[in-house]
Each structure stands twice: as C-alpha cells, then as structure tokens.
Design a protein around this ligand. Structure first.
Ligand SMILES: NC(=O)c1ccc[n+]([C@@H]2O[C@H](COP(=O)([O-])OP(=O)(O)OC[C@H]3O[C@@H](n4cnc5c(N)ncnc54)[C@H](OP(=O)(O)O)[C@@H]3O)[C@@H](O)[C@H]2O)c1
Length: 210
C-alpha cells in the first residue's frame, strides 16, 4: 500500500516541490491548503485536497486522521505581522499525538533557531523582526520537546528558487556561521528522502546547498 502524506503548505514554494517529488515517488498526497483553486494537482488520482487553516485545531485534527506521514512546509506570510508557526505546530503535534498510531511529522524550521547560528539568527531578526523569529524558535522547540510523536525538525539554510541539484549537504556541526544557500527543490528532496528514511527521526537536521 502506498503511504499517504499530509502536506501542510502544499501551495507554497517548498511545499509544491514536495508534492511534485512525492507524487513522482509514488506516494499518495493529502494537500492541506487554504486556497484549493490554486492547487495544481487536484485532478491527480493520488491526490486529495483538504481546505483548512493550520491555526484552527479542528481543521488540523480532521486532516491528520489516518495519514501515515505529515510534512509541514508552513511559513509565516512574508512582510505581514502574522505569526502562525507556533500555533500551527502546536495543533499538528497535538492532533498527531491523538492518533492510535501517531504519524511521523517532518517539520520545516530554519537555521538560526535555538542556538544553531548566531549570525543567521541576527539576520533573520533584522529582516523578519524579533517577534516573527521568536515564533519560529517556539515552534522549533515545541517539536524538539515532543515525546509521543516521531518527528524530524528540518532547518534549511537560506533558500533560492534556482533549479535543484538533486542533492544537499547535511551540516554535522551543532552550530554553523553562514551556511550555503540551497534551492527549494533540494529542500523538498530531503523531505522526500525522509519519507522512507527514518534515520533522522527524533532529531533536528540542518541542511545546506551541496
Ligand atoms: N526564505 C529562506 O531563505 C528560508 C530559509 C530557511 C527556512 N525557511 C522557511 O521555509 C518554510 C517554507 O518556505 P517557502 O518559501 O516555501 O514559504 P511559502 O512559499 O511562503 O509557503 C508557506 C506556506 O504556508 C502556508 N500557510 C501560511 N499560513 C497558513 C495557515 N494559517 N494555514 C495553512 N497554510 C498556511 C501558505 O499558504 P498560502 O499558499 O495559502 O499562502 C504557504 O503555502 C518557511 O517556514 C520559511 O520561513 C525559509
């Protein structure tokens, strides 16, 4: 049986790459989106579209029921003072923990959070504001503190929309000064690799361009 992957942020930049690559790899996709009309794969036989808001627990709880794996490519809306990450991650982890077999949760974060790079932290606070960054740090820590749900916290380097190289580099040091930029398509590649590779479960992984 093909596993069903619930993708939060399926209309987003990284999320849409995850959907493309996971479908190509044979997974079934449940796309959690706010705007179904913007979703490009609605007609695909292995796709189910779920309209919802990740800050609404009832939506998240309904969407998670019965799925095998959760991928979050959520992000705070750019240039708006709206912070959804911590609330959304609280909802996802709680809903996953309520399942008889909690799904694995592969959750995007960013390098710079929780001591991973003082320099990237400085830049993100400068450009995105301290409150927005604090929201990411809380969301990241919330998942890392989780005991009942299998998770991977994925902290990518700065992202570009360049064509992917089909590869990425895992940063093995606990902290990094300034990691190499990477294509969003290659972040998606890491997510899709993690769908079948459980070796990072229970950990935070920092990735950068190869
Ligand atoms: N930019 C960088 O260099 C960098 C580096 C490391 C990590 N990251 C992080 O990587 C993540 C993904 O980046 P990206 O470029 O793919 O971001 P993106 O294109 O802005 O995608 C974010 C997605 O989150 C969705 N979303 C926002 N609020 C929602 C809500 N309340 N309910 C449901 N969905 C909601 C958006 O939905 P709509 O499509 O409906 O708007 C969008 O699909 C972000 O968290 C980003 O901060 C970025």
């Amino acid at each position: 049986m093909n596993k069903t992957v619930l993708v939060f942020g399926a209309n987003g930049n990284v999320g849409s790459h995850v959907v493309n690559q996971a479908l190509a790899a044979g997974y079934k996709i449940k796309a959690f989106v706010r705007s179904p009309h913007k979703f490009k794969h609605s007609e695909h036989p292995n796709v189910e579209v779920f309209k919802g808001d990740a800050t609404n627990f009832d939506d998240v709880e309904k969407a998670i029921k019965g799925v095998d794996i959760v991928v979050s490519c959520l992000g705070n809306p750019p240039k708006k003072k709206i912070h959804i990450m911590d609330k959304a991650y609280e909802n996802i982890i709680l809903a996953a923990s309520e399942e008889p077999n909690p799904p694995r949760c592969l959750m995007i974060s960013t390098i710079g959070t929780n001591g991973s790079s003082w320099f990237v932290r400085f830049l993100l606070q400068l450009f995105n504001g301290k409150d927005g960054f604090a929201d990411y740090e809380k969301a990241d820590k919330r998942v890392l503190d989780e005991k009942n749900v299998p998770f991977v916290v994925i902290r990518p380097a700065g992202l570009t929309n360049k064509q992917g190289k089909g590869s990425y580099r895992i940063i093995n040091k606990q902290t990094v000064f300034f990691p190499k930029f990477m294509a969003r398509a290659d972040v998606a590649q890491f997510f899709v690799d993690c769908l079948s590779d459980t070796s990072f479960d229970g950990r935070v992984v920092m990735i950068e361009g190869a």
